[in-house]
Design a binder for this molecule. Structure first.
Ligand code: PLP
Length: 368
């Protein structure tokens, strides 16, 4: 029997009639990039995220890039990023010419540790970029306080946490301008690449609309060398249909995650995810830290159970960041997570019997 790591089929199957009808309409619409479909999705996602504006872009990396550009971040500026994140958070910073300055995660929540941020602030620091990793909201209170105290901007990387909250407030609505990804495997996923920025500031939203479109507000007149990072109408239409189901999909993820938490509790060879104070998670990924991780992964694979590693090598040790001169051992918490983390299958519509089989197989691995 195969237990896939992820499948979008249980989400897409019930929407087939609606998605097919949209496709027929889209096909004949004669409008394929930006336009009314994109505007309708932007309005719907802004309402979902409790922000005044959402501006659709081509992907999550571009969203971070554009958010930083909107704030005027560039060469020589420093941006505080987590040491434990997907490399895209750092790449957004590098792409505008700024320098990512890593801060270690809390060893329990695996999100950036607010207590460690202050020591990383220098005279060149301009932005703090919290990443709501694996679906869990960062502890935003202390981060926003610190940013206010040092006159720094906040750009949330909300690629993985659509719908997560800190003290009841949604991720993606704290920072001055924030990035979100709708890559197909995200909690809200397109059928291709897609992303957006979210903001309450009309000037930042206007900037993003200009910058995503070659730096042009008026056709064939360009005020800055911008990107081609426009959102496709087909992705916007699909995302708008799927957005109506996001809350119930997130609720399903929570039920599955709680079942894992309950059933894996007794296995002392695993460290389970822990929620920070006042934080919720939308369980984009169910990550455990596992002793003998690689052997466990191979054992599960032999039994048809798909797992993934998010992520095997932290950004500071990637070849891409050799020029920054970081050394192994410099960010030991991130490095430990990279060595031990294993993401277990979890997606809306995953049969509970599959989850129980994953638990049984993990148990058998450690008790054999
Ligand atoms: C934390 C994080 N930031 C940024 C991104 C970039 O998003 P995209 O792949 O849409 O460019 C991703 C997703 O891949 C991500 O997981």
């Amino acid at each position: 029997m195969q237990i896939p790591f992820f499948s979008s089929a249980p989400m897409h199957q019930p929407l087939k009639v609606e998605l097919d009808a949209f496709w027929q309409k889209f096909y004949d619409s004669n409008w394929y990039v930006l336009g009314p479909e994109v505007e309708a999705f932007e309005a719907a996602y802004a309402a979902f995220n409790h922000t005044r504006f959402c501006v659709g872009v081509a992907n999550g990396l571009d969203a971070l890039h554009i958010a930083l550009k909107a704030l005027g971040i560039g060469a020589g500026d420093e941006v505080i990023v987590p040491s434990n994140t997907y490399i895209a958070s750092w790449l957004g910073v590098s792409q505008v010419g700024a320098i990512p300055v890593p801060v270690e995660p809390d060893p329990h929540t695996w999100n950036i540790d607010p207590q460690r941020i202050e020591a990383a602030i220098s005279t060149r620091t301009r932005v703090i970029m919290p990443v709501h990793l694996y679906g869990q909201a960062c502890e935003m209170g202390p981060i926003m306080e610190l940013a206010a105290r040092y006159d720094l901007a906040v750009v949330e990387d909300n690629a993985q946490a659509h719908g997560a909250r800190w003290q009841g407030k949604l991720t993606g609505s704290f920072g001055q301008i924030n990035g979100v990804s709708f890559y197909p495997t995200k909690n809200l996923g397109a059928l291709g690449d897609a992303g957006a920025v979210t903001t309450n500031d009309s000037a930042f939203a206007d900037f993003a609309k200009m910058y995503r479109n070659y730096g042009s507000r008026q056709r064939y007149y360009n005020e800055t060398p911008g990107l081609n990072s426009r959102l496709d109408a087909v992705q916007a239409g699909i995302l708008r249909i799927k957005l109506a189901h996001l809350a119930s999909w997130n609720a399903e993820r929570e039920v599955l995650a709680n079942r894992y938490l309950e059933q894996l509790r007794e296995i002392e060879h695993l460290r389970l995810p822990t929620l920070g104070t006042d934080c919720t998670s939308v369980w984009h990924l169910f990550v455990v830290l596992a002793e003998r991780r690689d052997a466990l992964q191979a054992y599960l694979q032999e039994r048809g159970i798909g797992t993934l590693i998010h992520y095997p090598l932290p950004p500071h040790l990637q070849e891409a960041y050799l020029p920054l001169g970081f050394k192994r051992g410099q960010f030991p918490i991130a490095e430990q997570i990279a060595q031990k983390c294993l993401s277990l299958p979890l997606y809306p519509g995953m049969p509970v019997a599959h989850l129980d089989q994953v638990v049984d197989a993990i148990s058998a691995f450690y008790h054999s």
